[in-house]
Design a protein around this ligand. Structure first.
Ligand code: SF4
Ligand code: SF4
Length: 62
């Protein structure tokens, strides 16, 4: 099963919740102010990242 994770960069406030909570380190910020997908192949579709407080993340896939 493969997934896609969409991040709305206009909604993201850079709180890091998604990067900290993702169990497989799919999401990252590094020195950026908005989150980005760094390793989509590791996504297990748990959807924890969709708990983003700004509703900026959508996970696609079953
Ligand atoms: S949880 Fe949402 S607002 Fe916070 S860094 Fe991730 S995408 Fe941005
Ligand atoms: S769905 Fe789960 S594994 Fe995939 S990016 Fe979100 S938190 Fe990480």
């Amino acid at each position: 099963m493969s997934y896609d994770v969409l991040i709305d960069k206009y909604l993201c406030i850079g709180c890091r919740f998604c990067a900290v909570k993702c169990p497989t380190e799919v999401l990252d910020l590094r020195n950026e102010s908005v989150a980005f997908v760094s390793n989509i192949d590791k996504c297990i579709g748990c959807r924890i990242c969709e708990q983003c407080p700004e509703d900026a993340i959508t996970v696609i896939g079953e």
